[in-house]
Ligand binder design. Sequence first.
Ligand SMILES: [Mn+2]
Length: 475
Amino acid sequence: MSEQVKKPIQITETILRDAHQSLIATRMPTDFMLPILDKMDQVGYHSVECWGGATFDASLRFLKEDPWDRLRKLRDGFKKTKLQMLFRGQNILGYRPYADDVVEYFVQKSISNGIDIIRIFDCFNDLRNLQAAVNAVNKYKVQEGRGEAQVALSYTLGDAYTLEYWMNTAKRIEEMGADSICIKDMAGLLVPYKATELVSAMKSATKLPIQLHTHYTSGVASMTYLKAVEAGVDVIDTAMSPFAMGTSQPATEVMVETFKGTPYDTGFDQNLLAEIADYFRPYRDECLANGLLNPKVMGVDIKTLLYQVPGGMLSNMVSQLKEQNAEDKYYDVLKEIPQVRKDLGEPPLVTPSSQIVGTQAVFNVLMGERYKMATKETKAVLRGEYGQTVKPMSQEVIDKVIPGVERITCRYADLLDNELDKLESEMREYKQQDEDVLSYALFPQVAMDFFKYRQAQQEKVDMTQADTANGAYPI
Ligand SMILES: [Mn+2]
């Protein structure tokens, strides 16, 4: 790049979403966030990521906070910075595919309550599972004067995932009406020189801005960002240093300093960033002291690169094996994972496909025979309910697991009836705002417990009398 061509790298700050999700189980409460928003708003971030499935769930379940209320407070605090959220395609922020009316209503309410950028992904990169959400963003951005549809590709490795694949997918994302593309590297698999190739190829395939999201898990993330930026990536995701690195993102201040005085200079004020870091640091110390932040997740986990599976998937697997007193089968299961992944069409390993593949691999090893027992989710994948994979699924496995069952080749949500009315009828007596039906749709039991808690609080119930374990609040 010549001296005079300036291209400041843009930054999405993740400390209010992915950073605390990755390091402290998404437990940062809203009241702790609010006092620092004004300073964060002055930094000049491209956006602040602050909302998603885990933040929503943990708010209701553990913090007893209304996630919609958090969003409105953040919107209030950030006068000029865009707010960003993560959205699981047709699964919204939940774990099952929803009918289109719920997807559309959720997008509408997210935007009207303050979200600017919705990052939408699918665990199979089946773009049909993203179309309803993208269409909804495009519809409401006109109505609300706010909203941007970012489609995220779940990054993974494998025969099928050639540069041509990523380039073609980027073109199709542009055609489907997205505003930008994210390369979502949830496991930290993208190594620096591969980032050069990938970003260059994708930039040549699309005019859309490209954002890179990765995790420090495997230890290469900041180098990957450096090469990606040199190759022309437009935005990178970073976290303020007290909640950076380990299973989180590279540190914001470090990346800012790295590009200082180059054509990619962010122009951010390091003194301001230092003040923000000072605010979060005592909280980090508190989390270390109370065990919420485990020093183990702060290191480099090279297994991620060796076995190409996300860290969270490995720890799930270990606990499943422990329950069965079969920890000695660890390496057998590790070897089985690539086989199961291949049988299921070689999907990326990200929620929920990571859990599905991992659990099936454990079953195969423990039963001593492949697919002697298949989980409900494996059956659903083979039937086509999760969508289409890049490679065909194994016909032999299909015949063994779901013999004679008709497979789905259409978009699964086309088979679902609208369900908002039914959902509303189930929770109507607790409804205090339109958004409550969406909380209930995503996490029925957890939301119901929260609604009861909220009502008890409003009616000034003596909380010492409440049976919080069972979600019962005497009214
Ligand atoms: Mn992430």
